[in-house]
Design a protein around this ligand. Structure first.
Ligand SMILES: Nc1ncnc2c1ncn2[C@@H]1O[C@H](COP(=O)(O)OP(=O)(O)OP(=O)(O)O)[C@@H](O)[C@H]1O
Ligand SMILES: [Mg+2]
Length: 385
């Protein structure tokens, strides 16, 4: 549980506030309080303050506990709400729990308060973990459908582009002098076919259409080999720090594809820091225990290698996060990004039977964490290819 807990307490009586704080402290709960004494202060705190739990008196002059509960359920339904009151009767207590209060504690039984807060926080965390797992599952199912579509498109477009390019090359051979318009047009056709082939190749990587060529390898060595390229790619306005774990388990993987994934994450980080910043790339061993696994639907348990690419850039808007790995999702404007970078990273990591986590905050930065099974991968927990 996070400490200290931030508690928003709606209570107009100073002594009651102090007794409540003392009861929580006596039970070992480390709490920081925001106090509200009336409706206006409560609504303002509700809108602006971060808090883990709301405590509320039932009778506040000029306002009612039930109205406060209703406002909290509307605006911050995720935060547990507990009544702490001297006046609440059994029937009202039952009714308020039906309306969404997590609990009701009487002021002369403040020894019940800390257990009630702990219980509410635990339930809140379980709810969040379930929601995260459900969201991950829906996202994985959506990507599976898109993968199937992409596999079909990649296959068919490859068949279309091959004769276009080959015929243009043949025609180019006897298309007259260097400067003839026909030559220029044919060169344009070849260029467009090459761009199309590159898109198709990346779609193929996303949809795992090509078999990877795994071998025993070291991620630290891949990173060391890429370091000059990474520095070149980001430019001098970005400070690069590469921290490789002193001992990292080996990996059965495709070094070329993993290098491509790293460079794709690096170029995204660069684009997110147009005015400079810090790029940190880290490798570390990670042990995933069964207790860690449930929220990560694709996760196995055991020994993993974790690669983290962290930037201090723009961050990602929350509404964009669920779409990051979809092919052609880009916020970079026409002609600037194809939206295939993260889709290919996704395909590469899936083929290594790993998974990706994203931690991001707008205007603070983003970290992409890639988990890859150490040693030889076992069968995929979801039965994927
Ligand atoms: N480190 C990051 N910081 C902020 N936004 C990011 C970061 N990485 C990815 N994004 C967001 O995710 C979107 C998709 O990224 P992706 O790499 O798939 O495509 P792209 O970078 O737009 O195009 P491409 O990689 O094909 O040139 C980006 O357009 C950007 O909005
Ligand atoms: Mg990109």
């Amino acid at each position: 549980m996070p400490t200290p807990f931030h508690i928003l307490h709606l209570e107009d009586n100073v002594l009651d506030r102090e007794l409540t704080a003392a009861a929580l402290a006596a039970d070992g709960l480390d709490c920081a309080f925001t106090y509200a004494t009336n409706r206006a202060e409560f609504l303002q705190a509700l809108a602006n303050e971060a808090c883990d739990v709301i405590l509320c008196d039932f009778t506040i002059p000029g306002y009612s506990g039930l109205a406060a509960l209703e406002a909290a359920r509307m605006q911050r339904p995720e935060i547990p709400f507990i009544f702490v009151s001297g006046t609440i009767g059994e029937e009202v207590a039952v009714a308020s729990v039906k309306l969404g209060a997590a609990d009701c504690v009487l002021k002369d039984r403040r020894d019940h308060l800390a257990p009630a807060v702990r219980r509410a926080l635990r339930e809140h965390q379980c709810r969040q973990a379930r929601q995260t797992a459900k969201a991950h599952l829906l996202q994985a199912q959506k990507l599976k459908v898109i993968e199937q579509l992409a596999r079909g498109v990649a296959h068919n477009f490859n068949d279309l582009l091959t004769p276009v390019r080959a015929n243009a090359e043949i025609l180019l051979l006897d298309s007259g002098p260097e400067t003839s318009p026909a030559r220029e047009m044919l060169a344009d056709i070849i260029k467009a076919a090459d761009r199309g082939a590159d898109l198709v190749r990346r779609l193929g990587t996303f949809s795992r259409s090509h078999a990877i060529q795994p071998a025993q390898m070291s991620l630290n060595e891949v990173l060391a080999g890429l370091t000059p390229k990474i520095k070149n790619l980001v430019g001098e306005h970005i400070q690069v720090r590469i921290q490789c774990a002193a001992t990292l388990p080996g990996l059965h993987g495709d070094a070329r594809l993993l290098g491509e994934a790293i460079l794709s994450l690096v170029s995204n980080a660069r684009d997110a820091m147009p005015h400079g910043g810090q790029l940190q790339i880290t490798t570390e061993p990670a042990r995933i225990s069964p207790a860690d696994a449930p929220a990560r639907t694709e996760a196995g348990t055991g020994e993993f290698i974790c690669l983290i690419v962290r930037d201090t850039g723009t961050g990602i808007q929350p509404e964009n996060v669920p779409h990051l790995f979809e092919p052609f999702f880009s916020t970079k404007g026409v002609g600037k990004g194809t939206g295939l970078g993260l889709a290919t990273v996704y395909g590469i990591v899936q083929q290594h039977r790993g998974w990706i986590e994203v931690v991001t905050r707008p205007n603070v930065g983003t970290a992409f964490k890639i988990f890859l099974p150490a040693g030889r991968p076992k069968a995929h927990p979801n039965g994927g290819s």
